[in-house]
Ligand binder design. Structure first.
Ligand SMILES: [Zn+2]
Length: 94
């Protein structure tokens, strides 16, 4: 799938249409002290490993790509995800 390098779309900070730079968003590092992790550690206490039955692996066909849009005027970023799932890797081309 191909996606343009720059698009003209609404900026939630400028509250009007502006040119945006497009990048693919990647998952960042997980914080070790976040709410979910703390809760999980609390549940896990006294068991050594995982107290629940492990989840089955589900294989989904494709992913929903998430784009990181950077406004060229106010330089702020916001995200946009596509509704459609793509099997092929997303290319960002001018
Ligand atoms: Zn803006």
């Amino acid at each position: 799938m191909k996606f343009p390098e720059t698009i003209r779309t609404n900026c939630p900070f400028c509250k009007q249409h502006q040119e945006h730079e497009v990048r693919l968003s990647r998952k960042g590092k997980e914080r070790t002290m976040n709410r979910g992790r703390r809760k999980f550690e609390e549940v896990k206490r006294g068991y050594g490993s995982i107290p629940r039955t492990p989840k089955k692996q589900v294989y989904k066909v494709g992913k929903r790509p998430v784009f990181l849009l950077k406004c060229k005027v106010c330089k702020k970023r916001h995200q946009r995800s596509l509704r459609a799932r793509t099997k092929k890797a997303v290319e960002i081309k001018s």
